[in-house]
Design a protein around this ligand. Sequence first.
Ligand SMILES: Nc1ncnc2c1ncn2[C@@H]1O[C@H](COP(=O)(O)OP(=O)(O)O)[C@@H](O)[C@H]1O
Ligand SMILES: [Mg+2]
Length: 294
Amino acid sequence: MDSVVVLGQIARDLVLTLDELPEPGSGAPVTSRRELLGGKGANQAVALAQLGAEVALVGAVGTDDVGEDLLRQATADGIDVSAVVRRGADSALIVDVLEPGNQWRYLEYVPRETLVAEEDVLAAEKLIADAGTVLVQLQQPAAACLAAARLARAAGVRVVLDGAPPTTGTHGAELVEEAHVIRADAREAEQLTGARLDDADSACAAAREVLRRGPELVVLEVSGKGNVFVTNENELFVPLEDTPVVDTTGAGDALIAALVVGLHRGAPLPEIAAAAVTAAGRTTGHPGGRPSLG
Ligand SMILES: Nc1ncnc2c1ncn2[C@@H]1O[C@H](COP(=O)(O)OP(=O)(O)O)[C@@H](O)[C@H]1O
Ligand SMILES: [Mg+2]
């Protein structure tokens, strides 16, 4: 299978589960604690590796011990980290505070040095040009995302975007033009389409409008209901899996990873969509965003 390059965040994830958040001035017991390789880029890369893809990360960690550990963990997960740069003192830290009923709150310490810079992308030019797909997380600086999308497009590499493009300036529109695939959760989809997507019909209509801007496949979440997968030939709505939901963190990352693997295999869209939603459902039953698809 052709390789996948993921551009995105690498962080230490600390996942704390508790029954109820304490009031200010008081404390509460933490019922479970998981400390993991995390950040959306790493989660997507882990999911891809678990699904059998050859995968490399473009990202940044600090020069601290945590950065060392994150690189070690990613390598142990089978991820090529040769294009991960180390700079700044501290690595990013995401604390996922989870109450029962998928009530998550993220506390995000993300130093600027741990964001992907345009120069990091240019340094990874060969890796990108040799890949089958470049998967770009739009939470990263727009200039870096656009540089990756342009390099990939020019080299005939599939460009997959996850998230919402910026709504100010011209980078957002250019990113959508460069993309073959764009996928957004419900909140991001609102930003991307300017519409509220309450049901499959409104999501399909909004996706058709995005298709006219350049992409060949648009995947949008309908909050609490499912996801639509729309191409010029096909429109599918796949409902959520009927599975216990503890924490939806990382479910979108698993979804996009499975979708990329399906595209690499040249599978038909209904099969790709079903596998993507199954992968998402398999990531909601445990605290934290690390997928478990192996
Ligand atoms: N029970 C479920 N079965 C299948 N997919 C689910 C389920 N619950 C949530 N999802 C999907 O998980 C995805 C979560 O996306 P997102 O908010 O981008 O997560 P993250 O960015 O944390 O990975 C959505 O597409 C949503 O439809
Ligand atoms: Mg997401």
